[in-house]
Every structure is written in structure tokens, then in C-alpha cells.
Design a protein around this ligand. Structure first.
Ligand code: MG
Length: 270
């Protein structure tokens, strides 16, 4: 069977086009430059697993004592977990924007129903409650179940493990900002992973989270403690750590521009 072979002239011509193309594209290779001079991000050693504290975390409870907390005299530590006692447990340290990891487990056997079963709560800045509740086969109002911002929004899904098993919350918190007159400048935002599942995605809080009145903002300092609720149920907590979050820092040294070889081309201003 005859094989058709392209003529040498055709091959050479094609090669010529290709190299001409390559030359043209390298000659006009264009790069976008932001004009921002970034600080080098700090190096952080990650935890052994993603549940373990990274090197820049503040460990609030590692299974042994309650020295990082106020109110610890009324709670107890049993088998590496802290058990809800009388009154709020509140960190001595205060945090603004942060990443919080906390694990909790509802009492066994399950007792009570609705809001009366395995109820506690993680209060960001001492006043914004991310609900802790035994929501495993336990019906209650949706914006009061585990993973809810209490009375503001339910979690997107219910991924609560059965009582006795450990649940994990990974919380990404943006503190609200107030001006000098105490007016709200920007609200609080929260993102939460429950057992690795996204349940709240950049939810904008309407204010605090009381039972008896609508949410409202009242000016407070830029940092606040993390509190854990006593709702009369012996909920257990373990492996609690927090990282203050500061975004990368950079300075706009010049307006953004394009670079083509030695040529710098300003971007047209809008
Ligand atoms: Mg609660």
C-alpha cells in the first residue's frame, strides 16, 4: 500500500512557521504585575493531622488541665476531656479574627429531647453562639440544632455523630468592627466545618444570639474570649486550639502594570 509522505519543502515550510510563531510569542510574552510588595508569609509547621494544632496555635485544652480558662473550678477533667459543670467556662486569652478547632461529644446515654439533650455552645467573643447540641436523631427547631448560629440560621446540613462519638468543629471567624462612636462598621462572619463538612459558609451574623429578643450588635472591643455554655447537660470537650488570623501583608508600591520584554505598559485606569 502506498504511503503518502509530505514533501521536504512542505516540512521545512511548516517548521519555519512554527519557529516564527515561537519567536513572535516569546517576543510579545506579557506578564501582569500587581505593583504590590508582599511580605514573606511566616512558616508554620502543620499538626501531625489536620486536627492537631499547628505550630502557631494557642492550645486551650490538651486533655490535662483547665489552666487556660476561667470558671474551671466548676467543671472537671475526666479521661482527657473536660466535662461541662456549673456556669460558663471562659478563656483567659481573647481573640479577634481566628481559626478555632474544638471537639465535643454528647452524653451517653442520651437523655432528654429537643434543646434539653446534649446542649452546650461555643460563644465566639463571649456573645455569638455556635450551637452545640445532640442533634443525632433529635428533633428541635432548625436554627437551634447543632451547628446553628443560635436563632439566626440552621447549619446547611446535619452531620452530627451519635452521642458518645466525637464531633469536630473547625470555625473560621471574622470579628465585627465598630467605629469610635460604637457604630457597626462591618458585621461578624463565620464559616464552619462540622466533621469536615461545610455547614456555614461566610454567614453574616445579625448580632448576638440570645433566646429572648432579636439579635443586635452592641459595640465591644476588637478581641474577646471564647466561652463554653453550661446548659445543664454533661457535654464533653477536647482538643481545643485557636489561631489568630492575620491576612498576608503587602504594600501597593506602584499601580498594576503589564511587562512585555523590557517594555512596561501601564494599565488603563477605569
Ligand atoms: Mg446552646
Amino acid at each position: 500500500m502506498p504511503i503518502s509522505v509530505p514533501s521536504p519543502t512542505l516540512i521545512l515550510r511548516s517548521l519555519g512557521w512554527l519557529s516564527a510563531l515561537a519567536l513572535t510569542s516569546s517576543a510579545v510574552a506579557q506578564e501582569y504585575l500587581t505593583g504590590i510588595e508582599w511580605e514573606k508569609p511566616a512558616v508554620v509547621a502543620p499538626g501531625k493531622t489536620n486536627s492537631d494544632p499547628p505550630s502557631d496555635a494557642v492550645v486551650l485544652f490538651n486533655g490535662s488541665d483547665l489552666s487556660q480558662w476561667r470558671g474551671g473550678e466548676n467543671w472537671s477533667v475526666q479521661e482527657g476531656a473536660m466535662v461541662t459543670g456549673k456556669g460558663m467556662l471562659t478563656t483567659k486569652a481573647e481573640f479577634g479574627d481566628c481559626q478555632l478547632h474544638i471537639e465535643w461529644s454528647a452524653p451517653v446515654p442520651a437523655q432528654g429531647s429537643g434543646q434539653g439533650r446534649g446542649n452546650s455552645g461555643v460563644f465566639l467573643m463571649g456573645r455569638y453562639e455556635l450551637q452545640v447540641l445532640d442533634s443525632y436523631e433529635n428533633d428541635t427547631y432548625a436554627d437551634g440544632q447543632a451547628g446553628a448560629i443560635y436563632k439566626q440560621t440552621p447549619p446547611a446540613v446535619n452531620v452530627t455523630r451519635p452521642p458518645g462519638e466525637w464531633n469536630t468543629y473547625d470555625v473560621f471567624w471574622t470579628a465585627p468592627r465598630f467605629d469610635e462612636e460604637g457604630q457597626l462598621v462591618s458585621p461578624a462572619y463565620i464559616t464552619v466545618m462540622h466533621n469536615g463538612v461545610l455547614i456555614l459558609n461566610h454567614f453574616e451574623l445579625l448580632g448576638d444570639t440570645p433566646f429572648h429578643r432579636p439579635p443586635q450588635y452592641a459595640a465591644h472591643p476588637p478581641t474577646g474570649p471564647i466561652s463554653l455554655q453550661d446548659h445543664g447537660n454533661p457535654v464533653r470537650f477536647r482538643n481545643i486550639w485557636v489561631r489568630e488570623f492575620k491576612p498576608a501583608k503587602g504594600e501597593q508600591k506602584r499601580p498594576p502594570f503589564l511587562r512585555r520584554g523590557d517594555q512596561e505598559i501601564p494599565l488603563s485606569q477605569p
